[in-house]
Unconditional design. Structure first.
Length: 265
């Protein structure tokens, strides 16, 4: 994470120390196109409930202003009362709810997957530009989406835990019209791995034509081939079309997270 494009850990990462030991941090990610800074942090369990989170967040807000951000956003799990209380005291307000969905692979009708997923293929070498274009088209105007650059996509696809074979495209001619970005995030094959759909998108000109279902099925098949027993994903609670697709395949809500916002500039 410290090497991601456009990021300076010396300026955008605040550490909390006690007796020479790091006990917490807050990390700032600028998304210049949409004018926000995302704040992400952690406090060592034995040092929680001592005001460190408020101090770290309070220290990050001046840097957010320096970066030219209009708002600061923080994502917390619903029910995390300690974090919610700290955010509220600093003037943050809840603005969005995202749902965590899960699908047990044992209930998937694989004959349907094989039929629907025909025509999907892995991302090819040197196709980062194609992936950048389709991703930005799919999510243009969506809440919280910051347009990606080819450099950012290339950085992410080059990470050790990522493979271009985990990113599935469906195309019309040479044009990508849908994609599904998958990853295996935990567990051993012998005991059951957990898969994740990181992003799923359909070109706006091709929606309501089964493209989203096609690439999602291809993504499930890819995760199954890597030993995933369960698949999880995150979706905006206000994205009714996406929710309908996921629920039609058996995904169920198991948790949710809240986005908090504070105007800083």
């Amino acid at each position: 994470c410290l090497a991601r494009p456009g990021y300076s850990p010396e300026q955008d990462l605040l550490m909390a120390e006690m007796a020479g030991n790091t006990v917490g941090y807050v990390d700032m990610t600028l998304e210049r196109c949409i004018g926000r800074v995302i704040l992400d942090g952690w406090i060592s369990p034995e040092h929680r409930r001592r005001g460190l989170a408020a101090k770290l967040l309070g220290g990050a807000l001046p840097r957010a202003r320096e970066l030219g951000a209009r708002v600061a956003h923080v994502n917390v799990m619903e029910g995390n009362e300690v974090a919610i209380t700290a955010l509220s005291k600093l003037g943050f307000q809840c603005v969005r709810r995202f749902l965590e969905l899960r699908l047990g692979m044992a209930g998937v009708r694989w004959q349907d997957v094989d039929r629907v997923a025909l025509g999907c293929r892995p991302l090819g070498r040197g196709e980062e530009n194609k992936l950048t274009q389709i991703q930005n088209r799919c999510f243009a105007g969506s809440w919280g989406f910051n347009p990606n650059t080819v450099e950012e996509i290339r950085y992410r696809t080059d990470l050790s835990g990522c493979s271009s074979e985990d990113i599935l495209l469906t195309c019309e001619g040479d044009k990508a019209i849908g994609y599904c970005w998958t990853e295996v995030i935990s567990g051993r094959e012998a005991t059951g791995r957990k898969g994740r759909i990181s992003m799923l998108g359909t070109d706006p000109d091709y929606r309501s034509k089964g493209v989203g279902k096609r690439v999602l099925m291809a993504g499930l098949a890819r995760l199954s081939s890597k030993g995933a027993c369960d698949v999880e994903l995150t979706v905006d609670s206000e994205n009714e079309a996406a929710l309908a697709l996921y629920r039609s395949l058996g995904f169920e809500v198991f948790s949710s997270s809240l986005w908090y916002e504070k105007v800083v500039g």
